[in-house]
Structure formats: C-alpha cells, structure tokens
Design a protein around this ligand. Structure first.
Ligand code: DX5
Ligand code: ZN
Length: 231
C-alpha cells in the first residue's frame, strides 16, 4: 500500500523527494511516473507566489491534474506570504503534507492547526538567514521541519555549506525529545552534498536538478542520493 502519511514513512534511512520544479513541464505526468517507478519515496511540489519569493511556479490545478497519476505522498512546499488563505485549495487538490514558512505573514500556529484539522501532515520551513531557534517552538506540533539549503525561489542553485550547523542543531533538539519529526533539506542536493546533510542528521532529501536533469537517468540519480547505499 502506498504511504501517504509522513508518520508512516521510515525514519532510519534516507527518503528521496524529487522536486518537480526541475521536471519537464510539457510531460509532468510521465515525469512523476518515472520517479515513482525509480523508487522515489515522496514527491516535492514547490509553490511560489512571486512575493514571498521572486518567482512564480504552479497552483492547485496542477496538483489536481497530477493526483491520479501517482500514489506518492504529495509534499507541498508553500513559499507564500499568506499561506493560510491557500491551505484548503491545496488540500482539495490532493496535498498529503503542507509545509509553510515560519517567516510568512500568516499566524503560523493557527495555520498549522488548519492543516492538521483537515487530517493532513504539516511542516515548518526556514530560510537560510533565519536562525534555527525560530522553528523550535513548533517542533512538538509538526511532522516535518524543512531546512532550506539555498535561498528559496529557484532550482539549480549551489548548496549552502553554512547550513550544516543548523541541520545539526535541529537534529540535536529532535533527538533530545526522541522526536519522530522528519528533518528535510531542500536546495542544491546532489550526490556530493547528500552525504553531508545525512551526516548532519537530515534523512529527508529534496532534489530537483540532480534528479530530473541527470544525464544518467532518474533511477541512477535517486540511488546516488542515498548515502547509505551509494558508497
Ligand atoms: C527552491 C525549491 C526547491 C528546488 C530545489 O526554492 O524549494 O525545492 O526545487 O531545486 P534543486 O534541487 O535544483 O536545488
Ligand atoms: Zn522546495
């Protein structure tokens, strides 16, 4: 049976979340079917409003259109100034998990409650310039913490090595609590940087460019991102 609840995904080994931002938008359904067959664990979907980040991407109709083509958990990353206003449309479209930014203008606690109230997983994310302490009050509430390892807004950027201590700090807090919250990273993840974030304590790895634009194909790309098996 497909796992559509973050709490049921494994915590001990890496989870690979291809980001469709780097996919070929002219054949998105085929692209997500390809990563599902290649062993992706969840699908990362980036939503941008042209305000919280200086770029636009996609909205609920794309998720709705993709839903029948995949049994993967749809992990929706909202880079929006006002996420609260858009929770219901994304849930109606088929989101299984919704991550909001701690820097957004919505009431963060109330928005997480809104997501949970609909039986959907909730995540909290922070930009590179935001200290780890900003998400600490929410660790008991969410199912996922997303540490941005690039400035959000665009795929294909270089990994920020200066984010490794932040990953370690949050990993330490989660371990102290015996927490099962997923620690996710997003931005510049490839076969060189995956072992670094894994070592720092992240197990849920988002990757766009290195999966969808890999000359060796998506299956080789996904296995090369699993630090425990890639050697
Ligand atoms: C950036 C997005 C990322 C992006 C990652 O704002 O949140 O999910 O797709 O792309 P890569 O893996 O190419 O850095
Ligand atoms: Zn993302």
């Amino acid at each position: 049976m497909p796992v559509r609840d973050l709490r049921e995904l494994r915590h001990d080994q890496s989870l690979i979340a291809p980001s469709i931002l780097a996919a070929d938008f002219a054949c998105l359904a085929a692209q997500i079917e390809a990563v599902e067959s290649a062993g992706a664990d969840l699908l990362h979907i980036d939503i941008m409003d042209g305000h919280f980040v200086p770029n636009l991407s996609m909205g609920p109709p794309i998720i709705h259109a993709l839903r029948p083509h995949s049994e993967l958990l749809f992990d929706v990353h909202l880079m929006l100034t006002h996420p609260a206003e858009y929770i219901q449309p994304f849930i109606d479209a088929g989101a299984d998990s919704i991550t909001i930014h701690v820097e957004s203008d919505s009431d963060v606690a109330a928005t997480l409650e809104l997501i949970h109230g609909q039986g959907v997983n909730a995540g909290i994310s922070l930009r590179p310039g935001t200290p780890a302490a900003a998400v600490r009050p929410f660790l008991d509430t969410v199912e996922l913490v997303l540490v941005m390892t690039v400035e959000p807004g665009f795929g294909g950027q270089s990994f920020r090595h200066d984010m490794l201590p932040k990953i370690e700090t949050i990993r330490g807090w989660l371990d102290e609590q015996g927490s099962q919250v997923h620690l996710q990273v997003d931005g510049g993840i490839d076969s060189d940087t995956a072992p670094l974030v894994y070592q720092a304590g992240a197990r849920n790895l988002v990757a766009g460019t290195s999966v969808f634009r890999n000359p060796d194909g998506v299956a080789a790309a996904i296995s090369s991102l699993r630090p425990e098996t890639s050697g």
